[in-house]
Design a protein around this ligand. Structure first.
Ligand code: SF4
Ligand code: SF4
Length: 452
């Protein structure tokens, strides 16, 4: 990888308005919508039918395929519909709609899992439905499963939370530090990890203090304050800043005997091993210039955005943009009726003024986008390639320029004086090259088969 040794730091406004606010559990919504694709990999398959009564934590969809994750009921009530649903930027699939009975009854069959060795530990993590809660949504069990192929010496716990506004990981560190301690203990016991680094940006002094308090005397845990720069929490950036290591192109992180795990994922995992309740609720930051009372809310997965906004005092001005996650990497919601999903850590509602985009003007070839990219990529080359009609030529350039390495951090767009829509273009280019390379690989495999 052409990862620069000296990372260009981007100072973005923090807007961590809710950092000091204790998270509040909301009263349950009238209904939730649970998509079957809230994770990377194959969609889950419903195991309930319309009309079934379900309770919190009950399995409603089973994982399917090698990389997948189960889905559990997040409120008690009746399965009202199993309907078509296309996740934002994802493939069309199904979602289960549950109408609340207002009781919020837990499934009485929920008991802590029996865990006594690596196999039973990984099986339990798979049953928990926990996915990467920092945004990637990769099933957690599959990430931990890497230990079967490479010994894991170092666990890098990601508490950086570098995106503006979002403070839900910060609150996890302050409010649920006991689960973080238990999570570290579980990874030490079952993964045989020797060293833990908890990377936290310096703008979270309360979280740093709490982590230092709970891990005082544990020489295997290093609570490491990191500069408040963007994108400090991105895998490659965090790895380099916390350990000095670099993942070579095509290399897996585990080959360096390291895994990176989001701090809330770690806490949720420990909670599941303790009480057996799968991932059914999340702490979500609700903020942005159009929100009346920014808050950290604990909400059932599948709650409609509209209901969350109401719980944060409603809107104080006409919304211009609703974002899942932070303003740098988040995805725009298509409607306030869309649900929050497992990996949602924030809902940011911008007013019309903040949402306004400056008109793009022609590129002035200043090179700032390339100079700022933490991976030394060339977004102007991606943009030029995407203008080509000839898909083969386009793909050749995008592959040569390694567009698949782009982590869509948005730094290039942020610094562009011509306001070029680089991030959107990068995203489109990545999506194109994924499909193109997949089709090319299938074609090559067919040809090889035919030659046999
Ligand atoms: S979005 Fe991609 S190209 Fe732009 S700065 Fe981030 S990694 Fe580099
Ligand atoms: S930062 Fe913008 S104007 Fe400068 S080279 Fe990149 S795309 Fe062109």
């Amino acid at each position: 990888m052409n990862f620069r040794k000296k990372i260009s730091a981007l100072k973005v406004p923090h807007h961590k308005n809710t950092a000091g606010m204790h998270s509040v559990r909301i009263s349950p919504p009238k209904e939730v919508l649970l998509p079957m694709s809230m994770h990377s990999g194959g969609p889950a398959v419903p195991v309930v039918e319309v009309g079934d009564h379900v309770r919190i934590g009950q399995l409603i969809a089973r994982e399917d395929g090698k990389i997948s994750s189960p889905v559990h009921a997040t409120i008690s009530g009746t399965v009202k519909a199993i309907e078509s649903f296309t996740p934002n930027g994802g493939r069309p699939g199904l979602a289960i709609r549950i109408e609340s009975d207002g009781k919020m009854e837990k499934d009485p069959n929920i008991v802590p899992p029996q865990v006594h060795d690596l196999d039973s530990f990984l099986a339990a993590v798979q049953e928990s439905g926990i996915v990467g809660l920092g945004g990637a949504a990769f099933p957690l069990w599959a990430k931990l499963d890497a230990v079967r192929r490479n010994p894991i010496k170092t666990v890098l716990v990601n508490g950086a939370e570098c995106e503006p506004y979002i403070t839900s990981d910060n609150r996890t560190m302050v409010e649920n530090s006991d689960y973080i301690v238990k999570g570290v203990g579980l990874l030490r016991e079952y993964l045989k990890a020797e060293e833990f680094i908890i990377g936290i940006e310096e703008n979270k002094p309360d979280a740093i203090e709490e982590m230092r308090r709970v891990f005082a005397g544990d020489s295997t845990v290093n609570v490491m304050p990191l500069k408040s720069i963007y994108p400090q929490g991105a895998k490659q950036v965090l790895l380099y800043n916390a350990t000095g290591k670099v993942v070579a192109e095509g290399q897996r992180l585990a080959e360096l005997n390291v895994i990176i795990i989001n701090i809330t994922s770690l806490a949720k995992m420990a909670q599941y091993i303790e009480d057996g309740m799968p991932l059914v609720e999340k702490c979500i930051t609700v903020d942005g210039s159009a929100i009346k009372e920014p808050k950290n809310l604990i909400v059932p997965v599948g709650t409609p955005i509209r209901y969350l906004v109401e719980q944060a005092g409603g809107l104080k001005s006409e919304p211009g943009k609703v974002i899942y996650g932070g303003p740098m990497m988040g995805k725009t919601a298509r409607s306030m009726d869309e649900p929050v999903i497992k990996a949602t850590n924030a809902i940011i509602v911008m007013d019309q003024k903040d949402a306004q985009k400056a008109e793009p003007s022609p590129c002035i070839h200043c090179g700032r986008c390339v100079a700022t990219c933490p991976l030394s990529l060339n977004p102007t080359a991606f943009a030029k390639a995407m203008e080509l009609e000839d898909e083969d030529k386009r793909a050749a350039i995008l592959n040569k320029e390694k567009v698949q390495l782009c982590m869509e951090c948005g730094c290039c767009s942020y610094v562009c004086p011509a306001h070029r829509p680089l991030a959107e273009n990068n995203s489109a280019a990545r999506s194109f090259i994924r499909k193109y390379n997949k089709a090319a690989a299938e074609k090559a495999a067919e040809k090889k088969e035919g030659e046999k």
